[in-house]
Structure formats: structure tokens, C-alpha cells
Design a protein around this ligand. Sequence first.
Ligand code: ATP
Length: 250
Amino acid sequence: MSEIPKDHPRYASLLTREKIVEGVEIGITSQQGLVAQGRGECFDYLTGEQTTASAFLAEKVSVAMLLLAERPVLSVNGNAAALVPDSLVKLSDVTGAPLEVNLFHRTEERVNRIIDHLKDNGASEVLGSKADARLELQHSRGIVDSEGIYNADVVLVPLEDGDRCQALVDMGKSVITIDLNPLSRTSRTATVTIVDNVVRAVDNMIDLSSELKGLDEAELRKIVNDYDNSRTLSDAVRQMIRKLEELSDT
Ligand code: ATP
């Protein structure tokens, strides 16, 4: 990884970029993943590269959903594995939701590399290599594990593509996504959309898990029932408009 001076004003963003490049170099992230990261960075600029209040609320609701779920699963793709492997392992530990590798550009080699990478970061078990069930999707995008995503009631799908998100929702699952683009099909289709950078969102969710674990079931249900995802999406767009207006006035 190239050396980035710690006092660089955009240190966090540049470090994230380096991690994705390294993910490609070690064969866990696809080249298309680089393009997706660039798209995310653009939207992150527009939110001021920080977690907004409405994104934080969506993170809280998501943790409540994962804690209430009977069969929660955290789906991991090549970008998430490159950016936040250790945090995903921690989130899996604190919520009891297993990790499953699920790739758009799937090869068995890449699935196994990501599983090994997650294990190097502390995971004991990772689903995804069995690939014995299918979602209603063409090609490898639909390949899942019968004991993981296929049977899950709540699935976290960070940086997802719209078709797969729709297929999971059509199966009656509650789908949580982390996606900096509030306009993407995924963001518009998910049950809960966290419009935040995955590198901030997952760590916030780990902290929220410790806090919410102290609540009883009725209190967790209230957090989920009071939530309105369309409001989160419009807040995210409004936040970006405000930021652009601010900049256009300077
Ligand atoms: P859709 O199919 O949902 O309309 P898409 O074709 O852009 O969207 P992908 O290419 O799979 O789907 O994109 C992944 C999404 O992840 C993009 O919307 C991108 O903005 C977002 N994204 C990329 N990097 C990050 C990141 N670090 N944190 C959060 N979101 C990100």
C-alpha cells in the first residue's frame, strides 16, 4: 500500500481507496469494484464525508432488525471484504448473524480467497462456498447458501446491485443495504437504506449493537416500527442539495 501522510485533509478517503486497490491486487475485489468505489466516493463528497443523523437512525434500526431476526445473515462482496473485513467479523459476533460471501462477479477462487481473508481477520465460519441454492436471477448472481441467505429472514447487503436486492425483497426478506447513492435501484428497493460509507456504517453498527442489546424485544420492535425508509431517502437527497447550495454560494 502506498504511504499516505496522516495529515492529508482527505486521509480517510485516500486510505479507503488504497484498500480497494489492494483488494484487487490480492484477488478479492473485482475491477468493476473499483468503479463502484469511485461512484460511492462522489456521493460521499456530497454528504460531507460524515454520518448524517438520518443515516445514523437507519443504522440503529438495522441493528434492531438484526437482533430481532431469527435467521439474520451478513452478505459480503469483494468491496466490503477489502474495506471492512475485521469490522464485519465483529458485527457478525455481536449480532449473531453469520457471514456469507455472495459475489456479482463470482469465481470459486475468489469466493475462497474472501473466505480465507475473513478468517485471517478473525472469522471462525464463513458461508458461501457450498452454493446449493438459487435466487430468481440469471447467472452466478443468484447462487447462495441454503443455510444462509436463501433461508434468512433479515439480510444485510452492503454495496449491492439492484436486481439482487429486488430478488431478496421479492422472497419476503427484510433487506438492509449500505449504499452512498440514495438514487440507486438498491437504495430504492431495500427495506432499510443506510446512506453512509461502509467504513463508517459498520463500525457505528458495532457500537449500536452493544447499546441495543440492553433493550427488551418490545423496545427493539418499537424502534423498527417507528421507522420510515422513504424519509431516510428524501433526507439524504435533501442533505446533498443543501451541500451543493452551500458550495454554490461561496
Ligand atoms: P443499482 O443496480 O442498485 O442501481 P449500481 O449499478 O450502481 O446500482 P453497483 O455497481 O453494485 O450497483 O454499486 C454499488 C453501490 O455501492 C453504488 O451505488 C455505490 O455508490 C455504492 N458504494 C460504493 N462504494 C461504497 C462505500 N464505500 N460505501 C457505501 N456505498 C458505496
